[in-house]
Design a protein around this ligand. Sequence first.
Ligand code: NDP
Length: 326
Amino acid sequence: MFKAILIEKDESGYRATLRDIDEGILSQGDVTVQVERSTLNYKDGLAITGKAPIVKRFPMVPGIDLSGTVIKSQHPRWQSGDRVVLNGWGVGEAHTGGLAQRARLSGDWLVPLPDAFTPAQAMAIGTAGYTAMLCVLALERHGVKPIDGPVVVTGAAGGVGSVAVTLLSRLGYAVAAVTGRPQEADYLKQLGAKEILARTDFSAQGKPLEAERWAGAVDTVGSHTLANICAQMKYRGTVTACGLAGGRDFPATVAPFILRGVTLVGIDSVMCPLPERLLAWQRLARDLDVTQLALMTREIGLGEAIATASELLAGQVRGRVVVDVN
Ligand code: NDP
């Protein structure tokens, strides 16, 4: 038996509880991992609270991320003792996930834990940080360079936002951080933000085109914020859209795309092909200042994960939450 968060849905309703379970509850897979750390992402908050239909089958162990050590493998790439990282692939949604002391997974999904990181550091990064790196890679692929002008990051004090701010600033970009929490201005400056902007400046309906401000953007918010960012892009600028913390709608016009040649790049971390994942983790190992990770991370026990999920959805969590499952 081992400890896990279990989500159930039946006549008594939708509920998440801390439980002792056995391997019989775990989904099928050719690799078994002893989990050391997991995390709480926005999606885990939605799954645990049931605020959005994230969980596709019940009972479900939530947790879209995990890091730990292989204890059993029938997969050619992995053997007992290997240290691994898992992000996405429907884990914690349709396949039992990381908020447990043990996980059974497909070996095709796993990435080797980079030497640069401990399991706790890898989970401080987590899907949020790996997604932030996918956004940075997309900006680079579209030719956005520090000399082209500032890059704006929305939802900046959240998980994706915090890692995006620190990564972009370390790579030499002038970062403008958009936040609804002015009290986090010093934190965002410590991560490297040059400018702090109020969420309310972006959250109402704006004009189809506004003054050109940004060479690049990382948007975690969606809705009017994303539309306004697109309207403020410099000629041929690139926006990466990865989140919907402010809404899943996109009330925009085509003006920025057809008059300024703006590119809007969609970022998906869940089904991202393995070669790009490996690249993202290599680049995190190279470009992320691990001392900044401590600044943006809080560690909790498995027993605290359920309560913290609600705080996360209420926008009260700063940066990243690592879960020590043991
Ligand atoms: P967090 O909860 O850590 O951060 C979200 C941040 O968004 C908050 O901290 C807050 O930042 C801001 N925010 C919250 N509510 C609102 C609102 N109503 N209007 C405007 N801003 C708001 O979540 P994550 O960083 O883990 O994820 C961010 C988003 O990215 C989520 O929508 C998530 O689903 C998505 N995501 C997508 C992935 C993908 O593969 N595409 C992968 C990972 C995440 P502040 O207080 O600074 O304003």
